[in-house]
Design a protein around this ligand. Structure first.
Ligand SMILES: Cc1cc2nc3c(=O)[nH]c(=O)nc-3n(C[C@H](O)[C@H](O)[C@H](O)COP(=O)(O)OP(=O)(O)OC[C@H]3O[C@@H](n4cnc5c(N)ncnc54)[C@H](O)[C@@H]3O)c2cc1C
Ligand code: HEM
Length: 401
């Protein structure tokens, strides 16, 4: 609970802090990685550092949390914290590291805002930080417990049992535990982190959704090769996985994490994806098929063309096994492989979306924004719309406000 004195000071300084958050977080990461380079090796994603997305996600979450506390001093914006807590457990964050982050973050705040940060102002923001940290630490402890792992001890070796070329740009890896222990249970929609050693010796983590329910100890991830655009470099981990990983090789995977999971009610479902955003949806669809679900399910997917649509045949086949399911695809270049497909961007015209549906979205942000707006207009309440972002979530403060 934020004290009344601190609330007044946070309110008075929020515009200044929020306005300087970009500079504050840039300084924070620079100083922390200078002193603690081990965090950049094997924990932080250097692609997200280079693009500034991680910095913006951190800044947005702090401003969002402070704003929520000012509206209600006892607030715990669950969606905001759950997303971060799951990401933190998926990279192995531990409680002691909150003290390190605190040190560098507050050093950066003082450095950027200078004399405006009186001891009272610093103490008020300290309270915000530790309320947020305390809530995250508690959620992370629960998530580690539920995953059956000790805090930070998330890694296990897996063997690549099979490699499948899904499309010219997408490859699936079927994996089996290499340590003889059973595969950990996963909820449909969850992801794992893959830990790779890059050619320069630095370890990098990336998350990949579990893209199927293969039964037994087999797990599958489906990876799209990221090609650099506008002069940017090619994606380093996806390139490495595409270029070098073959059956029999070993990969290091985290336990499964992620809060965007298939709910277990019997309400109608809408699974709407674009591009490689199909992966968690196919995971959910497979779980529905494996459990003989009779829920009404609308499977919607948009892609460049049928040839680029990863797991397309499987999506059709799984939909066909569910008595209440129907699928509709949209392509920019439809071709002949999917005669019933629609042309262009996904719309919801002519589709019956029940107002009590639970909706899962996954794809590029502009796609998810457009579909969410249409769903809200159709009367679907915001709390029923769940989404997964394949990068730092820059949308969260807007959708939880
Ligand atoms: C929860 C979650 C689930 C996911 N599930 C999947 C999935 O199922 N399948 C899938 O394929 N992906 C998935 N992703 C995305 C995946 O984790 C990676 O982000 C993706 O594979 C790209 O990683 P990379 O290392 O290849 O690219 P990176 O090297 O991280 O590059 C990413 C982008 O940043 C740009 N960039 C990098 N460095 C610089 C620089 N110095 N200057 C300018 N631009 C730069 C690159 O050009 C590229 O466009 C998921 C992500 C999340 C968070
Ligand atoms: C109150 C303190 C903290 C806040 C508010 C915070 C906030 C965030 C946010 C918003 C994200 C992005 C989540 C997403 O993907 O959408 C994130 C990711 C991450 N956080 Fe934190 N965090 C905090 C503490 C820590 C600590 C103590 C560590 C450990 C050193 C840490 C390490 C990371 C890492 C490694 C990622 C993933 C980065 C990436 O993949 O680019 N965070 N955090």
């Amino acid at each position: 609970m934020l004290s009344a004195e601190s609330a007044a000071l946070v309110k008075a300084t929020l515009p200044a802090v929020a306005g300087a958050l970009d500079e504050i977080t840039a300084r924070f990461y620079a100083a922390m990685f200078r002193d603690r380079p081990e965090l950049l090796d094997g924990m932080f994603n250097r692609g997200n550092q280079a693009s500034g997305d991680q910095r913006r996600a951190l800044a947005g979450s702090i401003a969002g949390f402070a704003t929520a506390l000012l509206a209600d001093p006892g607030a715990r914006p669950d969606a905001l914290l759950a997303r971060i807590a799951h990401k933190h457990t998926a990279v192995g964050v531990t409680e002691d590291q909150y003290t390190i982050v605190h040190k560098y973050l507050f050093g950066a705040i003082a450095g950027v805002l200078g004399a405006a940060v009186t001891p009272e102002v610093a103490a008020a923001w300290d309270e915000v930080y530790w309320l947020m940290a305390g809530a995250l630490i508690a959620q992370e402890a629960r998530i580690y417990r539920e995953a059956g792992v000790a805090p930070g001890e998330i890694w296990r070796p897996w063997t690549v049992a099979e490699r499948r070329e899904e499309t010219p740009d997408v490859v699936s890896f079927l994996l089996r535990p290499a340590d003889g222990r059973p595969a950990p249970a996963a909820k449909a929609g969850q992801y794992v982190s893959v830990r790779t050693r890059m050619p320069d010796g630095v370890h990098q983590l990336r998350q990949y959704s579990l893209s199927g329910d293969l039964g037994g100890d087999l797990r599958r991830i489906t990876v799209k090769r990221v090609t650099g655009t506008d002069g940017g470099p090619d994606g380093e981990v996806s390139e490495l996985l595409h270029g070098t990983v073959r059956p029999g090789d070993e990969l290091t995977l985290s336990a499964p994490f992620g809060d965007v999971v298939l709910d277990e009610s019997d309400t109608p479902l809408v699974l709407a994806s674009a591009g490689i955003g199909c992966t968690p949806m196919v995971g959910m669809l497979a779980r529905l098929a494996a459990t003989g679900s009779t829920r009404p399910v609308l499977v919607l997917h948009a892609d460049g063309s049928p040839d680029e649509h990863a797991l397309r045949t499987e999506t059709r086949e799984l939909t066909g096994r569910l008595p209440g399911a129907r699928s509709v695809f949209w392509y920019d270049r439809p071709g002949t492989a999917e005669p019933d497909a629609r042309v262009g961007l996904m719309d919801l015209d002519g589709l019956d979306v029940p107002a009590d549906a639970t909706v899962y979205l996954c794809g590029p942000l502009p796609f998810m924004r457009a579909i969410r707006t249409r769903l809200l207009r159709r009367g679907v309440p915001p709390r029923n719309i769940r989404y997964e972002v394949f990068g730092p979530d820059l949308w969260l403060p807007d959708t939880t406000a």
